[in-house]
Structure formats: C-alpha cells, structure tokens
Design a protein around this ligand. Structure first.
Ligand code: GRF
Length: 195
C-alpha cells in the first residue's frame, strides 16, 4: 500500500452542504504546527453553504459540485480535482448527498462522515427529535466510514451526550455538535494511524 505518512502532510478534502462548523473545527485543528493533516480542498453541492466562507478566510480552494446535471457528472468532476490535488482523505461534514459505490471505491477506507446520533440508531435526518421522542437517556455522535448505504459504515468513534428532562432538539443539538467537534479530529488521527 502507498505510504501515506512521510514528511509531507496528508491532504484532506472536506465536503459540506451547510454552515460548516465541523469544517471550521477541522481547519483550526490541522493548522497546528505538528499536524499530519492539511485541508486542501472544500467541496459543496450548495453554492449558498455558509461554510464556504472558510475557504476564503483560510485560503483553501472551494469547488461547487454540479448535481443538477447528474450525480455521475458531479462525482467525475470531483474526482478530477481530487486527483489533481493529490487528496488522500475525504471528510464528509454535513454533506447532504450520498456518494456512489464507484466513487467510494476510488478512496477505499479513506472517506469518513460525522453523524449526530449514536449509530446505528437514527440514521438520516432529525436525529435529536427522534431521540427525544423515544425518551432515550443518551444521544450522541458518531464518526464512521462511508459506504453507499446511508450512515451505515464501520464506526470509528462515538461520544455519548446526556439527554436532560426538559431538553429540546435545539439544545440537545448544540451539545451534540460540541462533542462532534471533539471527536472528528480524533477519528482522523485514528484513521491515519491505521493506514
Ligand atoms: C452536523 O450535525 C453533522 O453531524 C451532520 O450535519 C451537521 C453539520 O453541521 N452530518 P456543520 O455544517 O458542520 O455545522
């Protein structure tokens, strides 16, 4: 297998669709001097995604994926750019599209995602409300490998978050997001140490 860890930093691309707090957190984390990773590219399927501002702020190239044509087209364009920039790892962070098997195969074991629930519970959307409706004692977040099946790949790390008596989905979501920012960088470190 190709040796990923050398003197150079491992290049990472982050895919977003929304406000990008996880993206910002990763950028800040990997700006540290001794970091083995560097975020070199940001993709979004949504040209209005709030997180795109961080591309400008931190001088990281941003590319908008054109899913209006086809998924095949959008992924083909993405792959060209990923290869051109020698990206080795892909982080999905609030990216609202499902990647095809063909795309995932090209980055085998090197695409990961963050999800705001304790998977396998509550795949998909509205995770906080579903945890509250079921009167769960805990919710949490998960970083996992990406497969073409939604939120179903092998789990890398999880963090529990306590649900309080008078909680609501906004408050719970805020506390979960805070923990997402803790575990995503840890998951990445775990991933690269296993490569
Ligand atoms: C996070 O809760 C993440 O777990 C989910 O989408 C949200 C993205 O938030 N997949 P942000 O755009 O990183 O702030």
């Amino acid at each position: 297998m190709e040796k990923l860890i050398g003197l150079k930093r491992i290049k990472v691309a982050v895919f977003i669709s929304g406000k990008g707090s996880n993206l910002l957190n990763l950028i800040k984390n990997f700006k540290k001097k001794n970091s083995k990773l560097s975020i070199e590219l940001i993709f979004s399927d949504n040209k209005f995604a709030g997180g795109l501002q961080y591309g400008k702020r931190y001088d990281i190239p941003v590319k908008i994926l054109n899913y209006k044509k086809t998924k095949f087209y959008a992924e083909k364009e993405a792959l060209k750019e990923l290869n051109r920039r020698e990206i080795k790892i892909i982080c999905l962070a609030g990216f609202m599209k499902i990647l095809s098997l063909n795309f995932i195969k090209k980055f085998k074991g090197k695409i990961i995602n963050i999800h705001p629930s304790l998977l396998p519970k509550y795949k998909g959307l509205n995770t906080h409300q579903r945890a509250l409706d079921n009167k769960d004692k805990y919710s949490g977040c998960t970083v996992h490998h990406v497969t073409p099946k939604l939120d179903s790949g092998k789990i890398i790390i999880q963090k529990k978050v306590k649900i309080y008596k008078n909680d609501n989905s906004k408050l719970l979501g805020k506390r979960v997001l805070k923990q997402e920012h803790v575990i995503y960088p840890i998951a990445l470190k775990k991933l690269i140490s296993s490569l």
